[in-house]
Design a protein around this ligand. Sequence first.
Ligand code: NDP
Length: 330
Amino acid sequence: VRQIVLAARPKGMPNAETFRFDEATLPALQAGDVLVEPAYFSVDPYMRGRMNDAKSYVPPFQVGEPLMGGAVANVLESKADGISAGDLVTGNLTWATQAVVPAKGLKKIDASLAPASYYLGILGMPGLTAYFGLLDIGNPQPGETVVVSGAAGAVGIIVGQIAKIKGCRVVGIAGSDDKVTLLKEQFGFDEVVNYKTATNLTDAIAEACPKGVDVYFDNVGGDVSDAVIKNINFHARIPLCGQIAFYNTTEVPMGPRIQPMLLTRSVLMKGFIVGNYQARFGEGVKQLAAWVNEGKLKYTETTIKGFDKLPEAMLGLFSGQNTGKMIVEV
Ligand code: NDP
């Protein structure tokens, strides 16, 4: 089988030297194993963190070993109870064209309920991240202003729509005029600011949020978050979801000191990992699926075709190539 391994740990932005294409031989199936063939891979910003040799909530990738990520796969052969050839499963799989893995790490999915790739997006990790981060930490109330950065991405596009369902004014921050138009015209955002072209981002956010910011769902960090926090209201909530502005920096740059403002305005800022909510995933998926079926939650993804495009697709996340979830169709 073909596989993609981590050739060297990147310093800063990954490049051609980071990845290597390899061939591998599959082991024989043992009791409890399945042979799977991935149909879709998810590429996600957190994978960049796993390329560093650093302690985090997921262990680092090893140099010389295949990369790994969320996938939807067809079962070709099974020696496990409860899973048969022909089933569709989701789980974390190595970047290989086929794999032999223990069935216990996989979950069967039903592609008659929703397209298979949705289980990597709106009905998977990004959807649950948006749902729990916004509702549990953000606690948005009708009439409040919710700002979301990374607004046109997998998580952000769902955050904005859930905030609309909850009766909020929703302001997105995204990196292109096409994304601005799409979010306003098709995803119901009230205002969207292009952080790349705004002459003064703090003023642009102030203009888009005449009553200030009650909830800031932070996907990016950096200058964008500094500008939002300068507009933060008393008793605002900030679910700290992602800091993509820093994932490829070798040194985190110093921003304005925002703590006095958080203190005097009694702001709650709370980091979270979607895995914290594992016990409630069932509730989250059920609600997200219901909103999708009722037409209240719209979904979009950017699909890149071909196994060999996995590295390119992953790097595309850092230059904003995707609208909605970035998916690689094998
Ligand atoms: P996205 O689909 O949002 O893809 C990343 C997007 O980020 C790009 O499309 C780009 O859009 C934007 N971006 C890239 N670089 C920068 C930058 N330097 N400054 C501002 N924006 C940038 O990814 P996800 O929706 O999967 O993830 C969004 C965030 O949430 C990430 O930070 C991720 O790590 C985090 N996350 C956290 C989870 C948790 O459990 N806490 C779980 C899942 C995701 P644009 O064109 O607008 O620049």
